[in-house]
Design a protein around this ligand. Structure first.
Ligand SMILES: [Mn+2]
Length: 408
């Protein structure tokens, strides 16, 4: 038996036109590789789409590739990931599943005992028995694991595969210790393969009592950091012979990545600007993503004085497919360092609110902080499905009136 394990495909992940097709191209390439390798089936461990409602263009390409798999009798088994859901829990995956393009293997029901009883989906050709739990935003999936009835899953015989979309408490990678995770003890034991997604890093481990647990990481990197760290995505090819499971990582290269780091410490903005330009040198950037990271504390001037625009134009002039810059650690001469470890959007919001409180003079400082926080919360609400724009606006206005204590 031979199958492929994809995760975190995030179709439509880059907003910029230049990279908008990259994750779809990665998917197309990966599927072609699978067809060449004559896999029996493909698993997708969540986050197939970057949003619950992907664009028509992306859908068109993806569905035609899924149709090709279906025509060639290569089944696709999927679980939803945290990105696949709309606020009301609806997802494009249901539409594609109804069209017969793949099968959602998170099937089950609540029993009289209040537990979650999962059912296996059996792959016709190989007899592999597949089940799993999808990922939801804000760790709602943790709730599913808590309710999961393990005995019947563990008692089932045969080649069993568990597909999941969450971090595992015991195996969190360094740097992500704060991440929400599910403890290993909540997973069913005795499966031959555990196909994971969610963490955008590759992982593979033989876990005693369980089986082989892996995550291939994203099929295409989804951010500057991921491009810098991974340079490309990939998937796992899994071969099982007589109960022995072998995993091979298959890189999927859509673009080359060229990383450039410039140390701006104790330099002037002009020096850094020329150094940047000079670094392009004789390089040609055909089909290449150029990443430039400028960091350090300038001797004179402000961070904004460094001429990145000229560098970006020059790199595009050399044929770059996309140029991304990161200057989050570049600071001007007057900058005073604030030592805070930002873990989440909430932390950043809180810091900004605290930093700027007291400027409006409309409220006492503490009251202003509270109001700013509540306003952010109200404005972050999304339009619900079926809600008209007028109703949505009315709801937001009412919320805001309440927060400010005025009538809008
Ligand atoms: Mn993901």
């Amino acid at each position: 038996m031979k199958f492929a394990h994809f995760a975190d495909i995030h179709i439509g992940s880059w907003a910029d036109d230049r990279l908008a097709e990259a994750s779809t191209k990665a998917f197309t390439k990966a599927v072609d590789l699978c067809l060449e390798e004559k896999v029996d089936f493909i698993l997708i461990a969540g986050d197939f789409f970057n949003t619950s409602l992907p664009s028509i263009d992306r859908l068109k390409e993806v569905t035609s590739k899924l149709k090709e798999l279906s025509d060639r009798r290569v089944p696709v088994y999927i679980i939803p990931g945290s990105h696949d859901f709309s606020p009301t829990g609806k997802t494009m995956l249901d539409v594609l599943e109804n069209a017969g393009l793949f099968i959602n293997v998170m099937r089950g029901n609540g029993g009289d005992d209040g537990r979650l009883h999962l059912k296996f989906t059996t792959d016709e050709k190989t007899g592999a028995k597949i089940t799993g739990i999808g990922g939801k935003k804000g760790m709602l999936d943790r709730h599913y694991y808590g309710l999961l009835s393990l005995p019947e899953l563990e008692a089932e015989d045969g080649f069993k595969i568990f597909v999941f979309h969450t971090a595992i408490e015991e195996f969190k990678p360094s740097g992500l210790e704060q991440m929400d995770a599910v403890p290993l003890a909540m997973f069913p034991k005795g499966f031959l393969y555990y196909a994971g997604g969610h963490i955008h890093r590759r992982f593979e481990r033989d876990v005693p009592g369980y089986g082989k647990m892996t995550m291939p990481g994203p099929l295409f990197p989804n951010s500057f950091d991921e491009l810098e760290r991974l340079s490309h995505g990939g998937f796992h090819l899994v071969e099982a012979i007589d109960g022995k499971v072998t995993v091979t990582y298959n890189p999927v290269v859509v673009h080359n990545v060229f990383v450039l780091s410039v140390d701006a410490d104790k330099k002037s903005p002009e020096d850094v600007s020329s150094e940047l330009l000079a670094s392009i040198g004789k390089n040609e950037f055909y089909n290449t993503i150029v990443l430039v990271r400028v960091a350090g504390k300038l001797r004179v001037g402000k961070a904004g004085d460094v001429n990145l625009k000229r560098f970006v134009e020059a790199a595009y002039g050399k044929g770059a497919a996309y140029v991304a810059k990161n200057t989050s650690k570049l600071v001007g001469e007057d900058f005073e360092e604030v030592k805070v470890d930002y873990q989440s959007v909430e932390d950043v919001e809180l810091r900004l609110i605290n930093e700027h409180a007291g400027q409006s003079k409309a409220f006492p400082v503490e009251k202003e902080k509270e109001i700013a926080h509540q306003l952010l919360h109200s404005l972050a609400k999304e339009k619900e499905e079926g809600e008209t724009t007028a109703d949505f606006e009315k709801r937001i206005k009412e919320d805001i009136s309440k927060v400010l204590g005025i009538t809008l």
